[in-house]
Ligand binder design. Structure first.
Ligand SMILES: Cc1ncc(COP(=O)(O)O)c(C=O)c1O
Length: 397
C-alpha cells in the first residue's frame, strides 16, 4: 500500500542545519533554526528550570496518566501570564483551556476545534507568516488566505494595506491569525494603536481573532508583549489563543503549550472545554506532563518566578543589544543599505530584506547560514562573529 506515496522534499530549515553541520569552515555562522542561543552559541537550560527540575524530582511520586486537560496549576499560571491575573474574561469564567504539546499542538487542536464549528473555515494569515502555520491549519481541514503585512521597502508593516484587506475580505465566521508579539519571520510587530484598529475591524466585520503567542517576554517585556491579546480578549465576545513555552522557558523538546478559547459566556465555556478535551483525546489523548509541571512550579513560586523573569529579561536585552550592534557594525563597514529597521524589529527574528541570491552567496562564499527568505535568528549573532557577519553582508549587497 505504501507505494502510492511520493517522497516529499526535505524541510528547508532542517536541510540548512545539515549543510551547516557539514561545513568545515571554523568561522561558520548559523542564523537558521529558531532557538535562542547565548554568547557561546549554546541553548542552555535556564537556572529557574534547572531548580524546578530538582524540586519535581523530589516531589513527583507517580508517572500515571494526567488528564486530557493537563496540569491545572500550569493552566492557571499560564492564563495569568497571558491574560493578566484577574482579567475580566477570567473573572467572568469565559475561558476554556487545555495544556497542549507545544505551541504547534495548541495551534493544531484549535484548528480542529474551528473545523468542528465550521468545516473548511477560512483562516487569514499574514504575508509572510511562520511557515508551519499553513500545514497546521490546512491539515485540520481549514482554508488559508493571506492578508498583506510586511513592507520590504521600510522593514516595517504595511498597516494600511493590512487593515484595508481585513476590512474588505475577512467576514464573520472567518478566523484571522495574528502573532501576539515578535512576529515570525519578520520581527515587525503591531503598535498599540494598530492593535486598537485591528480590534475595531474585528468588531465591525465579526471575524474571530486567533492569536499565536510563542515569544512572550522576548519583545518589550512579559506584560507589554501581551498588550494586543489582552485588548482583544477584553473587548470581543470570542477569540482563540495558542501559547508556547518553548522559547521563553527554553523548554523546546519538552513540548509545552496552551490552547485557549474565550467564549461568549460561562455556559458556552463548559461546552467548549468538553469539545477541546475531546479533540485532544482523539489525537494524542493527553499532553506530556513533565514540561508543564516545571512551568507550574516556576509560575507558582515567588522566588523561581522572579528568577525566571530575570532570565527572560536577560535574553530579551541580549537580543536587543545584538540588533544595535549589528546595525552599528554594518554602518561602520560602509553598508550601502540602511539597516536601521533591524533595531526597531522585535524578538528573535528579522528579515534582512536581501534577495535569495544574496542569501546563497552568504552561504557559499562566507559560510553564513540562514533561510532564503532572509530571515535571521538574531540570537545566533555574538560579539565574536558580528564583525565577520557584517563584512560578509556588506560584500553581497
Ligand atoms: C510563531 C510560532 N508559533 C508557534 C511556534 C510553536 O512552537 P513549539 O511548538 O515549539 O512550542 C513557533 C515556533 O517556532 C513559532 O515561531
Amino acid at each position: 500500500m505504501f507505494e502510492v506515496l511520493p517522497r516529499l522534499p526535505a524541510d528547508p530549515i532542517l536541510g540548512l542545519s545539515a549543510a551547516y553541520r557539514e561545513d568545515t569552515n571554523p568561522n561558520k555562522i548559523d542564523l537558521g533554526v529558531g532557538v535562542y542561543k547565548d554568547e557561546q552559541g549554546n541553548t542552555p537550560i535556564l537556572d529557574s528550570v534547572a531548580e524546578a527540575q530538582k524540586i519535581l524530582l523530589n516531589e513527583e511520586t507517580s508517572k500515571t496518566y494526567i488528564t486530557p486537560q493537563g496540569v491545572q496549576g500550569y493552566i492557571d499560571g499560564m492564563l495569568g501570564l497571558l491574560l493578566g491575573k484577574g482579567h475580566p474574561v477570567l473573572v467572568a469564567d469565559r475561558v476554556a483551556a487545555v495544556q497542549a504539546p507545544g505551541g504547534c499542538g495548541a495551534l493544531r487542536i484549535l484548528a480542529e476545534l474551528i473545523n468542528r464549528c465550521q468545516e473548511g473555515a477560512t483562516v487569514w494569515v499574514s504575508d509572510p507568516t511562520w511557515a508551519n502555520h499553513i500545514p497546521l491549519m490546512e491539515s485540520a481541514g481549514l482554508k488559508i488566505e493571506k492578508y498583506p503585512y510586511f513592507d520590504k521597502a521600510t522593514g516595517g508593516i504595511n498597516f494600511d494595506a493590512m487593515a484595508e484587506s481585513l476590512k474588505a475580505n475577512a467576514k464573520k465566521g472567518d478566523i484571522v491569525l495574528l502573532h501576539g508579539c515578535c512576529h515570525n519571520p519578520t520581527g515587525a510587530d503591531l503598535t498599540k494603536e494598530q492593535w486598537h484598529t485591528v480590534l475595531e475591524i474585528a468588531q465591525s466585520t465579526g471575524f474571530t481573532p486567533f492569536v499565536d503567542t510563542a515569544y512572550q517576554g522576548f519583545g518589550d517585556g512579559l506584560e507589554e508583549d501581551a498588550y494586543g491579546l489582552r485588548l482583544l480578549a477584553e473587548n470581543l465576545p470570542e477569540m482563540l489563543i495558542a501559547a508556547s513555552c518553548s522559547k521563553n522557558f527554553g523548554l523546546y523538546r519538552e513540548r509545552v503549550g496552551l490552547a485557549v478559547i474565550i467564549t461568549n459566556d460561562s455556559a458556552t465555556r463548559g461546552i467548549l472545554q468538553s469539545q477541546i478535551q475531546s479533540v485532544a483525546r482523539g489525537s494524542y489523548s493527553m499532553p506530556p506532563s513533565y514540561g508543564g509541571a516545571l512551568v507550574n512550579i516556576i509560575l507558582n513560586s515567588e522566588e523561581l518566578n522572579q528568577k525566571w523573569q530575570n532570565e527572560v529579561a536577560a535574553m530579551r536585552n541580549r537580543m536587543q543589544d545584538l540588533r544595535v550592534l549589528l546595525v552599528d557594525k554594518l554602518n561602520e563597514k560602509g553598508a550601502s543599505t540602511d539597516f536601521s529597521f533591524v533595531t526597531k524589529q522585535k524578538g528573535m527574528f528579522s528579515f534582512l530584506c536581501i534577495s535569495p541570491e544574496q542569501v546563497q552567496r552568504m552561504r557559499n562564499e562566507h559560510s553564513v547560514y540562514f533561510v532564503d527568505s532572509s530571515r535571521v535568528n538574531i540570537a545566533g549573532i555574538s560579539k565574536s562573529n558580528v564583525d565577520r557577519l557584517a563584512e560578509a553582508l556588506v560584500s553581497v549587497l
